[in-house]
Unconditional design. Sequence first.
Lengths: 195, 195
Amino acid sequence: MALGDAILACLTERPMTGYELAKTFDSSIGFFWKADHQQIYRELSKLRDRGHIQGREVVQSGKPNKLVYTLTPEGRTALRHWAARPSTPASTKDDLLVRLHALDSIDIEPLRTDLMARLEHHRDRHANYERILKKRFPDGTAEGRLDLGNLLLLRLGARHEQMVADFCEEALEALSAMSGKATVVPLEDGKREKG
Amino acid sequence: MALGDAILACLTERPMTGYELAKTFDSSIGFFWKADHQQIYRELSKLRDRGHIQGREVVQSGKPNKLVYTLTPEGRTALRHWAARPSTPASTKDDLLVRLHALDSIDIEPLRTDLMARLEHHRDRHANYERILKKRFPDGTAEGRLDLGNLLLLRLGARHEQMVADFCEEALEALSAMSGKATVVPLEDGKREKG
DNA sequence: CCGTTATTTACCGTAACAGGAAAAAGTCGG
DNA sequence: CCGACTTTTTCCTGTTACGGTAAATAACGG
């Protein structure tokens, strides 16, 4: 019960169809929340059953008819109640961290390439955040409450990506410094283990 | 299929029982990965069925017998193969961020208390990381590969917590600055909505 | 005609999360 | 001695999420 609330949160901005929501979850809110269209459509059905949203069919020519979903007053209330409950700090659950935890039992080469890919990935995202920040908040201040929320969000996102990117760089450097005194030679396919 | 690998990663350090693993997931690796004992026991059964770990019963007097699990060569290979696959960047999925995204549709007061709680939480965790860092790596350098992994991990954790704590502070300040020109008065129970 | 875009829906499975309960044997406080 | 707690494993029932495959429908571009 959290994806549903994320969808409600999106619908506060404007009514949307499942298709639009799927795209939203691919850009703005999707920066920190992934969900594919199936998840979204399934969740939308549930929300409708609960009476939190209301679908209005819009007949289209040339395209399949679309279902525009709007928040109902019950939905707004539900969202506010959800938002009034203490939030649960999410755990990271990043594969990379698990790998670092078992660093001496895995092969370094794939790890390096992975770190490099991740470095690029996080740099891209950082640049993206900065780009949006400059476009939407050129002077770094927000007017309304909605704007403030989004500004804070973008700033956090930017900083996070920056930090992770820096971390990847640092990890790569540390691995390079260490690889001089390598303890285990990478093997082909686990024919030998060092135990 | 990720919790299983996290467990394998833990078992590279030393053989452990499910009970010990549960406690480990409550401290070291649990800093970025949450799992309760039931999840762990279930996963252990699966891993045993797959032949990735091997259980050895240790008869105890005074306490129930325990099952010490050891990595099998197959398990080590599986871990290495898993670690050689590109990692998937995890998405944040933090309730707080969703709330910020819908900032103008929710009540600020509970959000403030939540932010304050989170601030404390992240500060605590940061202090904890720093404490462990000072204890395990007083001079900030690592010897072996295992140590390097853990050092990097701790540093990332510390920085992350620091950053989120700063963010909470900033958000609180911004909310205070904004609350002067409040647009919506907080309501009791959604009897009125501003739409 | 084929592929793409727009739009929704259906089914399959597994993985993860949440919580409640029960065993069994000891230890410790009152 | 009773009750509470620790240690250790297991079973239960749910919901939520994740992942893939695929099918309808209908225009538009090549």
